[in-house]
Design a protein around this ligand. Structure first.
Ligand code: SF4
Ligand code: SF4
Length: 368
């Protein structure tokens, strides 16, 4: 039932740093943020890139935190290009000075993904926790297009911005983006702490789905729109990361190799480090990757389900967060005994009048 030798991963998510000028309350970084002094150095990252290319990785996503805070970003982009890796910069964009995107394009960068917090500047700046951030992002988006780079806009959506989804789509068109990701917030880490302030209502979700469906028709050939419904209102789970240890690996700022950026939320998993062992060996048999790879770990109802090699049992981190057992069926699945409780929790939180955020910060969770 499980594959004895994993196929090579398609993509590496290189989390260069957890430092970021923004403080988004749904940030996918762990609550316990890594400090700059603990980050992998330039030579270490270059070795990771070379090992990834040898392993068969085709794409590298330079991520964070904010990768633009790293002084060696251009050097790492050039190294990825030299190794034949397709490179994508995932950025909040606010730190890019004029000419920065052209310099990265010259270094060999292929694609830029800019996150936007809202279409309304005041709301966007409030959500991201940084004044003037939205205006600066728009300037950088123009830089990306002028540099001839492909641009994706990533819009994490939730109760406090979903009513402006049409304006977010219009913004993506105005900025000349090729693709828009309408990404419902995933509730781990910081987002889990802010769930009651972020959870959309069912009617908001239904309206958003109508808007995306109509925009996809209207903007065919102009803007591609990726859209995934939030897990809390789904009937079947997503194949999280394309299945645990099947397509992606994450190297975090400390050099730990993770099957998923949220995997440290699962107690008991030990993550091997690129400082201690080659990436290929970690991918092949690291206990953290083996823990939920394939189907052998599954219990019922997944074990005998005909979708077990389609969604791979959903998300282990969500099962941990909501059921307290990372080996349980993702409660996003209607076949899970915990599904009804998840749906009623979502409905209850969506109607709470709790709009204040706990902002992301070094030092972990503290009230805003
Ligand atoms: S989600 Fe926000 S705070 Fe987190 S890395 Fe991205 S821009 Fe920075
Ligand atoms: S029971 Fe498991 S494998 Fe089947 S649909 Fe649900 S999560 Fe997927």
């Amino acid at each position: 039932m499980s594959s004895p030798r994993p196929e090579p991963p398609l993509a590496l998510l290189a989390e260069l740093t957890h430092r970021c000028p923004l403080r988004c309350p749904y940030c996918s970084n762990p609550v316990d943020l890594a400090r700059a002094s603990a980050e992998l150095g330039t030579a270490e990252w270059k070795r990771v890139l070379a090992e990834a290319a040898t392993l068969g990785v085709l794409q590298v996503h330079f991520s964070g935190g904010e990768p633009l805070v790293r002084a060696d970003l251009d050097e790492l982009v050039a190294e990825a290009a030299r190794l034949g890796l397709y490179s994508n910069l995932i950025t909040s964009a606010v730190l890019a000075e004029p000419g920065r995107m052209q310099a990265l394009a010259s270094a060999g960068l292929d694609h830029v993904q800019i996150s936007v917090q809202d279409a309304d500047p005041a709301s966007a700046d409030r959500i991201g926790g940084l004044k003037d951030a939205h205006r600066r992002k728009l300037l950088v988006a123009a830089q990306v297009r002028e540099a001839g780079l492909a641009l994706t806009l990533n819009a994490p959506v939730h109760r406090q911005n979903l009513d402006r989804l049409e304006a977010i789509i219009d913004l993506a068109v105005e900025l000349g983006a090729h693709r828009l990701e309408v990404a419902h917030v995933q509730y781990y880490g910081w987002a889990l702490a802010n769930r009651a302030a972020l959870m959309p209502s069912r009617s908001q979700l239904d309206r958003a789905t109508e808007i995306v469906t109509a925009a996809r028709v209207r903007l065919k050939g102009v803007l591609a729109i990726d859209y995934v419904v939030p897990d809390y209102y789904a009937a079947r789970p997503k194949a999280c990361m394309g299945g645990w240890g099947r397509q992606f690996l994450v190297v975090n700022p400390l050099g730990e190799v993770l099957p998923c950026h949220a995997a440290p939320s699962i107690p008991g998993l030990v993550f091997e480090n690129v400082r201690d062992r080659p990436l290929a060996a970690i991918w092949a048999d690291s206990p953290a990757f083996e823990a939920y790879r394939g189907t052998a770990w599954m219990a019922e109802p997944c074990r005998t389900c005909d979708r077990r090699e389609i969604d791979w049992g959903g998300c282990r981190c969500q099962a941990m967060a909501l059921v307290g057992n990372a080996g349980a069926t993702d409660p996003a699945c209607a076949r899970s005994p915990d599904h009804a409780a998840m749906v009623s929790l979502a409905s209850e939180e969506a109607t709470r009048e709790a709009d204040d955020f706990v902002y992301r910060q070094i030092g972990g969770l503290k009230p805003a």
